[in-house]
Design a protein around this ligand. Structure first.
Ligand code: PNS
Length: 164
């Protein structure tokens, strides 16, 4: 069985992420979508909320498992029996960061390959940060994230607004 990991922050999941996850599911027998649980990094959604949104958005895919992980991604991938980590590449600005990460991960475990997929054109400038910025200012993000995620963003920012 060929197993891959799609690691990320997914804060929150976008249609760009789902494009990559769906295509990874066509190439691998099982795909673990792994949400980094990093208490040092400030996120809008908790790791459990992010996993729940991902699980809901991928429920039509029968070879996906969504969960959180801590620590090194190569160790997590090894524990899951993965042969590859799949990452999406958008504009050239992603390249340097991804090259650095892939090189480090290769150094840490040469048996786990990083596989890059070019993000589909319509999502090449989409990012979770841009979605959060638009949502925080009251803009409509329904073209970029699944409905329940758009609703969760509205709830988060209206709660933040009430807290003042
Ligand atoms: O969605 P992101 O924020 O671009 O994902 C980055 C992520 C979670 C894949 C990366 O930060 C990661 O793998 N972190 C775990 C720690 C690790 O293994 N670091 C070594 C590679 S630089």
């Amino acid at each position: 069985m060929k197993i891959a990991v799609c690691p990320g922050s997914f804060d929150p999941v976008t249609f760009g992420h789902l494009d990559i996850i769906t295509r990874a599911c066509d190439l691998f027998d099982r795909v673990y979508v792994a949400v980094l649980n990093n208490p040092a990094k400030k996120a809008l959604f908790t790791p459990d909320e992010r996993v729940e949104m991902l699980a809901h958005a991928t429920e039509h895919l029968d070879n996906v498992i969504c969960e959180k992980f801590e620590g090194l991604v190569v160790e997590y991938a090894r524990h899951r029996g993965a042969i590859a980590m799949v990452r999406g590449l958008r504009a050239v600005t992603d390249f340097e960061f991804e090259l650095k990460m892939a090189s480090m991960n290769h150094h840490l475990d040469k048996d786990i390959e990083t596989v890059f997929m070019m993000t589909s054109n319509e999502y090449s400038f989409l990012s979770s940060s841009a979605v959060k910025e638009v949502a925080s200012l009251g803009g409509d993000v329904s073209a970029w994230v699944p409905g329940p995620v758009a609703e969760a963003l509205v709830r988060k920012y209206s709660m933040a607004g009430q807290r003042g």
